[in-house]
Design a protein around this ligand. Structure first.
Ligand code: THU
Length: 130
C-alpha cells in the first residue's frame, strides 16, 4: 500500500470541502482491500446536524460502488492540528471492521492507528466474527 498516494488523494479532495459554517476542511481517502481508493470531504449544511463528515462520504461512496472490505483510511484537515475521526464516524466505520488502519496527518507528522485503538469496547452485538 502506498501511504503517500493515499495522503495525497485525501489532501486533494479536502479542497472540495463545503465548509460554509466552520471553515474547517477535512479530506479522507479510503483504500479498499481490492486496491481502489475512494475519497470524501466534509459537506456542511445550514441545518448543522445534516452535515456529513469526510470519512462517511468516502465510505458511502465506496459501499455504493460495491466495496465493503477496507484496508486503510487517510485523514487530513486544513488546520495545523490532527483531526481524529468523530464518534459517529468511528462507530460508522466500525461496521466494516476494527482492523482498519487509520493514517492521520497534520501535514508535518503522520500518525498511524487502528480503528480498534480509537474505538475500544466497540458495540458489536449484532456482528459475527468480531
Ligand atoms: N468533520 C469531519 O469531516 N470529520 C470528522 O471526523 C470530524 C469533523 C467535519 C464536520 C464539520 O464539517 C467540520 O469538520 C467541523 O466539525
Amino acid at each position: 500500500m502506498n501511504k503517500k498516494e493515499l495522503l495525497h488523494a485525501a489532501t486533494t479532495v479536502m479542497n472540495n470541502a463545503y465548509v460554509k459554517y466552520s471553515n474547517f476542511k477535512v479530506g479522507a481517502a479510503l483504500l479498499t482491500k481490492s486496491g481502489r481508493i475512494f475519497t470524501g470531504c466534509n459537506v456542511e449544511n445550514s441545518s448543522y446536524s445534516a452535515t456529513i463528515c469526510a470519512e462517511r462520504v468516502a465510505f458511502t461512496k465506496a459501499i455504493s460502488e460495491g466495496e465493503s472490505e477496507f484496508e486503510a483510511i487517510a485523514i487530513v484537515n486544513s488546520s495545523d492540528n490532527f483531526a481524529y475521526p468523530c464518534g459517529i464516524c468511528r462507530q460508522f466505520m466500525s461496521e466494516f471492521g476494527l482492523d482498519l488502519k487509520i493514517f492521520i496527518s497534520n501535514d508535518k507528522e503522520l500518525r498511524e492507528h487502528t480503528l480498534k485503538e480509537l474505538l475500544p469496547f466497540a458495540f458489536t452485538e449484532f456482528k459475527s466474527g468480531t
